[in-house]
Design a protein around this ligand. Structure first.
Ligand code: 5GP
Length: 209
């Protein structure tokens, strides 16, 4: 097996709240060769979340110290409220372990990563319609009518940024959407520019160029 110089591949997954992006990222967990970034956040921990699994929960002061020490690959204040950031160290860890790194981040973070690492593969998950998203948010039962209206407006704003992504997956059917996300990762691994060394070695078996 060969490991191209461009490793780690960075796979960004974004999408509006309620689009099902976390479920789709979960479904990637049985694909070999992936590492999943754990972000730092200042938002309070929800009852169902254990620290260090989805997020490392820190104070705003600690977050600002990390910004000052340039510890983030990207960071953003999401929904104008809490801070979220991807630690730079995950990129080094993924490189050392020769794994591709998955980032589940918002549109602001995706833009920063793409600016720094244009080879990053950015996937945008969309619901099939606004009505469908509203229904999913209501079924979750977490939000008031007002909060749902706010989430729908944010979703609209985020969807206008989908043109910044390389791939769009419509999540109207979880199994199909999941196989599409996996197909994107698998196809990215077959990119010619990521396989130059391997190709050269194969060409050598034919007597070289
Ligand atoms: P939640 O608080 O519901 O888990 O996440 C809120 C939003 O923050 C989601 O859109 C999620 O993708 C985004 N997010 C999570 N971690 C990061 C991160 O490290 N950086 C950025 N920019 N966004 C993040």
């Amino acid at each position: 097996m060969t490991f191209p110089a461009l490793l780690p591949r960075i796979i960004i997954v974004s999408g509006p709240s309620g689009s099902g992006k976390s479920t789709l990222v979960q479904k990637l967990r049985d694909l070999p060769g992936l590492m999943f970034s754990v972000s730092y956040t200042t938002r309070p921990r929800r009852g169902t979340e254990s620290p260090g699994k989805w997020y490392d929960f820190i104070t705003e002061t600690e977050f600002q110290q990390k910004i000052a020490r340039d510890e983030f690959l990207e960071y953003a204040q999401v929904f104008g409220k809490h801070w979220y950031g991807t630690p730079r160290k995950h990129v080094e860890e993924a490189r050392a372990q020769r794994l591709d790194l998955v980032l589940e981040i918002d549109v602001q973070g995706a833009r920063q990563v793409k600016a720094k690492l244009p080879e990053a593969i950015a996937i945008f998950i969309v619901p099939p319609s606004s009505e469908d998203l509203e229904r999913r948010l209501r079924e979750r039962g977490q939000d008031s009518d007002e909060a749902i209206a706010r989430r729908l407006e944010r979703a609209r704003q985020e969807m206008t940024r989908s043109c910044e992504y390389d791939f769009v997956v419509v999540n109207d059917d979880l199994e199909r959407a999941s196989s599409e996300v996996r197909a994107i990762v698998v196809a990215a691994r077959c990119r010619r520019r990521d396989n130059d060394e391997r190709l050269r070695r194969i060409l050598d078996t034919f007597g070289g160029s």
